[in-house]
Design a protein around this ligand. Structure first.
Ligand code: BYC
Length: 317
């Protein structure tokens, strides 16, 4: 039988045909270099976000108001660490090591979600993070369950289940405060005021400004656009805000009957740019803690690899 070798253009056409017919791409399949690089970028930034995202909540584990709240928060923060681990493992299937990914984070070559550069100042912020930050993450990640790369899509299924528990525990914590004393209600409102706009920034720049979207949509890495997801999040969240008896800090927010969606005000994109380029309120602190913990854990990784090489040497002997 004659074997034909496909040239680059034919390989790309066959690859796109697989994407268009909704087949998942798996680690050993041929893929264009741009697809691989773009996935490494997005997936590793997603993994970094999960791990750096443990910091604002970790800040409150020792100060949770009751034992029940503390247990729930501890479990949630551990889940986020787990999400980071699935996502690093899924990224490694693209032929890059965990060490390279972490170096890129530490050297400022890889980003993580802008939202985690804001401080968690009060207990109400823990409710708000669960409700809104995890809520926004779910809206985005539900669509990523259908992403074209198999390991990424499968990791999203489990992550979404856990995020859904996170969202509910946050909303429940905030509901208790919103129905509590006037000071507690004020604390909940103040928290919503500070987090609302940064949460809307989680979905990224407008579609017209989104450098990666065209490629990512063509390859079905992204299934919905930044603006579509942001709108879906606002539409589903406003009734929840109203149920709590709170208000969002946006004078332009109003229901648009003709569009069937809420209209809303313009995001402060200058603030977004500042935060994603390293100059947000907590960027330095977040990265320094990650670097310190990484240095302090080096001996554990050294011990593990020394043990592994000893085992291998013994087996070979
Ligand atoms: N923050 O071309 P664009 C969680 C960057 S964690 C920072 O539209 P793309 C949780 C973007 O990277 C869940 N950077 O990008 C954890 C790009 O720069 P580069 C986090 C942002 O990729 C703990 C540039 O701006 N979820 O739930 O097409 C506790 C232009 O943007 C942001 C994910 O990571 C941002 N918000 O679309 C609690 C979801 N937005 O890379 C909760 C996975 C944009 O070219 N990621 N940039 O240097 C995605 O879905 C997409 O990457 C995005 C951006 C929608 C975020």
């Amino acid at each position: 039988m004659t074997k034909f070798k496909l040239n680059q253009a034919e390989l790309e056409t066959a690859f796109q045909a697989r994407i268009d017919s909704e087949q998942k791409i798996e680690p050993k399949d041929w893929m264009p270099e741009g697809y691989r690089k773009n996935l490494i970028r997005q997936m590793s930034q997603h993994a970094h976000s999960e791990v750096i995202g443990m910091q604002p909540e970790g800040n409150w584990i020792l100060r949770a108001p009751t034992l029940r709240r503390k247990i729930v928060l501890l479990a949630k923060v551990q889940d986020e660490g787990g999400h980071g681990l699935y996502l690093y493992s899924a990224t490694e299937t693209l032929g890059i090591t965990r060490e390279e990914l972490i170096d890129a984070l530490h050297e400022g070559r890889a980003k993580y979600a802008s939202i985690f550069n804001y401080p968690s100042l009060t207990w109400a912020d823990i409710g708000t993070i669960g409700w809104l930050v995890d809520g926004a993450a779910i809206v985005n990640q539900i669509s990523l369950q259908r992403t074209s790369y198999g390991p990424y899509a499968r990791s999203m299924v489990r992550i979404c289940k856990e995020e859904s528990f996170h969202q509910r525990q946050g909303y429940e914590a905030l509901m208790v405060m919103a129905q509590g004393s006037s000071e507690q209600k004020q604390m909940a409102q103040d928290s919503l005021n500070r987090w609302w706009w940064p949460v809307l920034m989680m979905f990224g720049p407008h579609d017209s400004e989104s450098a990666n979207s065209a490629k990512s949509m063509k390859w079905k890495i992204k299934r919905k656009s930044n603006d579509e997801l942001r709108q879906a999040f606002i539409d589903q969240t406003i009734p929840q805000v109203e149920f709590l008896g709170l208000t969002v800090p946006d004078p332009d927010l109003k229901w648009n009957e003709a569009r069937g969606h809420y209209d809303f005000g313009e995001i402060d994109w200058a603030e977004f740019e500042r935060v994603i380029s390293g100059n947000g309120p907590c960027n330095r602190q977040r990265l320094e803690l990650h670097q310190r913990v990484d240095r302090e854990g080096q001996w554990v990784r050294d011990a593990l690899s020394a043990y592994e090489s000893k085992k291998r040497a013994r087996k070979a002997a």
